[in-house]
Design a protein around this ligand. Structure first.
Ligand code: PHE
Length: 431
């Protein structure tokens, strides 16, 4: 069967923005900024995105387009022995997807109950059986989309949801900035503390957040690149990265003014999106409507990201094992439901914990942080060192000094930064 292709370059770009823009942008980025030096955090963050994240994205797209295959088969065609490394990456994405769908389920539930005008309280919600139902529902949405194919499913979904997401976000930002707590919120969020840049922990946080947010190192962009026709990779990747940054920065502008208007303290992590922010919506005027819009937007972001993750194992079954798409999707969907069950149960009445940590938090650390960095390292080494130079040059439009500088970044700088991030995440953050 002939390989599916994106219907157009904008279609591909929207789908990739859909992948990059996710829960990480809207809820994780703002509090990481708030905790790590405010506006000053943007310095290491932007450096990482453009100098290290972007080259990795272009490399992934180049691997995908030049081999015309998803990660496992692509790696195998570079060298037989790398197929196993490809499988490792597929496993990591699948494991991330398991808990990502759990969080997407929470978001869907919040969207649903805010729309009804009857928001739930986090403790009561997670103590009930509802998270399991919404986990299943958001999983089904991911499944149905990927089953419909690259063009009819993934591309079409983002074509509707990404513009809607931007519209809602802009509306929320404008609303927030006219609230009484705007100045205080922005002060907390962005006022730069440059002394924090001397702290290696701030840099590690920036590295980790940048790679996670761009969805690089996961084989997703390899799959997306394999559906891509001609066109300049570098320019397209830049558009994707800029959109990703924009959503992240704007999300903070929407969130913190509301939190301060409601007179609340900004919280970190899960609590910000699921406890503090809902409490703020209960306080302020039009809160129900704003809350509904916010969680619908967050669900759109989560769904389009989850879809791109599911495409990786599905494309692997299709490319390496010859499964038709529908059967591959069903099989992987069943597996993901099983993988998602422990994290789904970890915040329920069952309270599933490992090493005294909710299983979901453990999964986010083991797969979403450590696993992702190792996967990125593998991609940069296999692609940067073992794919032929001429092949990469063909993909990135020449072998002039610009491209050679680029290659140097991919071969030396990107792996170095990933190793530093790995060590930092193992010791600094954990310890
Ligand atoms: N980039 C997505 C986000 O910011 C998450 C993601 C990570 C998606 C890894 C795919 C792969 O939420």
């Amino acid at each position: 069967m002939e390989r599916e292709q994106w219907s157009s370059t904008p279609g591909f770009i929207l789908a990739s923005i859909g992948s990059a823009v996710g829960i990480g942008n809207i809820w994780r980025f703002p509090y990481i900024v708030g905790e790590n030096g405010g506006g000053a955090f943007l310095v290491p963050y932007l450096i990482t995105v453009f100098l290290f994240g972007l080259p990795l994205m272009v490399l992934e797209l180049a691997i995908g387009r030049s081999t015309g295959n998803s990660v496992v088969s692509a790696f195998r065609s570079i060298q037989q022995r790398f197929a196993a490394a490809g499988l490792f990456i597929v496993a990591v994405v699948s494991l991330i997807l398991g808990y990502y769908i759990v969080i997407a389920g929470w978001v869907l539930a919040y969207a649903f109950f805010f729309t009804l005008g009857r928001p739930v309280e986090f403790g009561a919600f997670t103590g009930s059986y509802l998270p399991l139902i919404f986990f299943l529902l958001s999983g089904l949405a991911v499944y149905v989309t990927v089953r419909s194919g690259v063009r009819e499913g993934i591309e079409r979904l983002s074509q509707y949801l990404i513009p809607a997401l931007f519209a809602i976000l802009l509306f929320l930002v404008v609303f927030s900035l006219t609230e009484p707590g705007a100045a205080e919120g922005i002060e907390f969020y962005l006022s730069p503390d440059f002394s924090r840049l001397a702290d290696p922990g701030v840099w590690i946080a920036a590295f980790g957040q940048a790679f996670f947010s761009l969805s690089v190192g996961m084989g997703i962009m390899i799959a997306f690149g394999s559906y891509l026709g001609k066109g300049p990779l570098f320019r397209n990747a830049t558009i994707i990265a800029v959109a990703d940054i924009l959503v992240a920065v704007l999300a903070g502008l929407a969130i913190f003014p509301l939190v301060f208007t409601a007179g609340l303290d900004p919280a970190a992590g899960v609590n910000l999106a699921f406890i503090t922010l809902p409490a703020a919506f209960m306080e302020i005027q039009y809160g129900m409507l704003l809350g509904a819009l916010f969680f619908v937007m967050l669900f759109a972001a989560a769904l389009t990201s989850a879809v791109s993750m599911l495409e990786v194992p599905v494309a692997t079954l299709m490319d390496s094992y010859g499964y038709p798409r529908k059967r591959a999707t069903l099989l992987v969907f069943a597996a993901i439901l099983l993988l998602g069950l422990p994290p789904a149960l970890s915040y329920t009445a069952l309270n599933l914990e490992v090493f005294g940590m909710p299983f979901l938090d453990l999964a986010d650390y083991a797969f979403g942080t450590i696993g992702l960095i190792v996967a990125g390292l593998i991609v940069s080494v296999v692609g940067g060192w073992f794919m032929s130079r001429t092949r990469i040059c063909t993909e990135i439009g020449g072998c002039e000094w610009q491209q050679r500088a680029y290659m140097a970044l991919i071969r030396y700088a990107v792996p170095a930064v990933l190793v530093i991030t790995l060590i930092g995440s193992l010791f600094l953050v954990a310890g």
